[in-house]
Design a binder for this molecule. Structure first.
Ligand code: UDP
Ligand code: MG
Length: 146
C-alpha cells in the first residue's frame, strides 16, 4: 500500500511570518522543518494585502488582537508551505511551540526566534479541517508535488 492510503499521513499549512522573513530566518526555519522529518510539498513567497490577511484569520475577527495581527501579517512577504508527514498537524504545532514565545518549550521555533505573542515567527493549522481550508487558501492542486 502506498502512503496515500495511510490515514495518519497528513498535510498542514506552515507560514513563516513577515518579521522572520525580514530577519533572514526563512532558510533556518525550513532547515529545521526538513530535519524534523516533514516533506515540503509546496512552497512560495507571497505578500498579503490587509484584506487577504483578514480573510485568512477570519475566525479571529472578534478578538482584540485581530486588527494588529492583520496589519502585521500584511507588513511584508511571508513564506507559505504545505508540510506532509505522519500526524503532521500536531507535530508541526509541537515544533512551533506555544503561541507566546515566552511560554514555548525550549528548542521550539517560537522559543528560539519569537519576539512576542504577535511576532511569533510561524503559523500552523490547528486541525484537519483548518489545514484543508488553509492549504486551499494559498495553493491550487497544480502547486503541489507528491
Ligand atoms: N496573537 C496575538 N495576541 C494574542 C494571541 C494571538 O497577537 O493574544 C496572534 C499570534 O500571531 C498568533 C495568531 O494571533 O499566532 C493566531 O492566534 P492563535 O490563538 O490561533 O495562535 P496560534 O494558533 O498561532 O498558536
Ligand atoms: Mg491558530
Amino acid at each position: 500500500m502506498g502512503v496515500g492510503s495511510d490515514t495518519s499521513v497528513e498535510s498542514t499549512l506552515a507560514i513563516i511570518k513577515p518579521d522572520a522573513v525580514a530577519r533572514g530566518l526563512s532558510g533556518e526555519i525550513l532547515r529545521q522543518i526538513e530535519s524534523n522529518g516533514f516533506k515540503i510539498r509546496a512552497l512560495k513567497m507571497v505578500h498579503l494585502t490587509v484584506q487577504q490577511a483578514q480573510q485568512f484569520y477570519e475566525v479571529h475577527r472578534e478578538r482584540p488582537f485581530f486588527a494588529s495581527l492583520c496589519q502585521y501579517m500584511s507588513s511584508g512577504p511571508i513564506v507559505v508551505a504545505i508540510l506532509e508527514g505522519e500526524r503532521a498537524i500536531e507535530r508541526w504545532r509541537a515544533l512551533m511551540g506555544a503561541t507566546d514565545p515566552a511560554k514555548a518549550a525550549p528548542g521550539t521555533i517560537r522559543r528560539q526566534f519569537g519576539t512576542d505573542i504577535e511576532k511569533n515567527v510561524v503559523h500552523g493549522s490547528d486541525g484537519p479541517e483548518t489545514a484543508q481550508r488553509e492549504v486551499n487558501f494559498f495553493f491550487s492542486t497544480l502547486d503541489r508535488v507528491g
